[in-house]
Design a protein around this ligand. Structure first.
Ligand SMILES: [Zn+2]
Length: 222
């Protein structure tokens, strides 16, 4: 065997051994994106930002343009705290029955409001009620250049915090059960159940080894 053959024969064996070791040694990642919808509104915004800062957790807030216009300082604080802000339309309508021009106005005005308040245009669209189709997506793209966050590619959990009957126990169970790498959990700014129980949920998720990422980070495979 020549030296060259020996060398090239050795490298793949060596590499495959390293890669096998790497796969065995590296703990499986468990990335999760929390999305907090329907703000920014004064009721819980500052308290949520404080608890997320305390826990060193970054999330995605999906903001309604009408509230960003009313409370630009809240959107600015969310951005300054390092969270992502997604475009959640201006008035939270059901978009599918709406005319193209009205859909375009909903999302264009929201992107403009977020840009004005924070200095940054949003990078993703997140439809009210998660109701969108190809025509809605095309209108959003024309008006803002944004794509809808592709949540169907991920393990999606609704925290049910928007239902009045959701108890603390139910909320905690939903938010911490069956978590896999690439999980998205939908929450809202306004429910008491979220404000009161998110700290316990984050503590449990950290025990499970969850890495908290934003929508953009998850979509980019970070
Ligand atoms: Zn919403």
């Amino acid at each position: 065997m020549s030296k060259t053959t020996a060398f090239f024969g050795f490298v793949p064996l060596f590499l495959s051994a390293v890669m096998t070791l790497g796969a065995a040694d590296a703990p499986a990642r468990k990335r999760m994106a929390i999305v907090i919808d329907d703000g920014p509104v004064p009721a819980h915004n500052a308290a949520l930002l404080a608890l997320l800062a305390r826990e060193h957790v970054r999330v995605t807030f999906s903001h309604e343009g009408r509230y960003v216009v009313a409370y630009p300082e809240l959107a600015k604080a969310v951005n300054a705290a390092g969270h992502e802000i997604a475009n959640h339309s201006f008035t939270h309508p059901h978009l599918k029955p709406m005319a193209d021009a009205d859909i375009e106005r909903e999302v264009a005005d929201t992107s403009a409001a977020i840009k004005k308040a924070t200095g940054h245009a949003p990078k993703l669209f997140w439809a009210p009620f998660l109701e969108h189709d190809e025509r809605v997506d095309a209108a959003v793209r024309r008006a803002t250049g944004l794509e809808h966050f592709p949540f169907t590619k991920y393990h999606f959990i609704g925290s049910l915090d928007w239902e009045s009957g959701t108890t603390a126990e139910k909320y905690r169970e939903l938010c911490t059960t069956g978590i896999v790498d690439g999980t998205v959990i939908l929450m809202h700014e306004w429910p008491e159940v979220t404000l009161a129980n998110l700290p316990a949920v984050i503590t449990e998720l950290k025990k499970q080894g969850v890495e908290f990422v934003t929508f953009s980070e998850l979509a980019a495979g970070k």
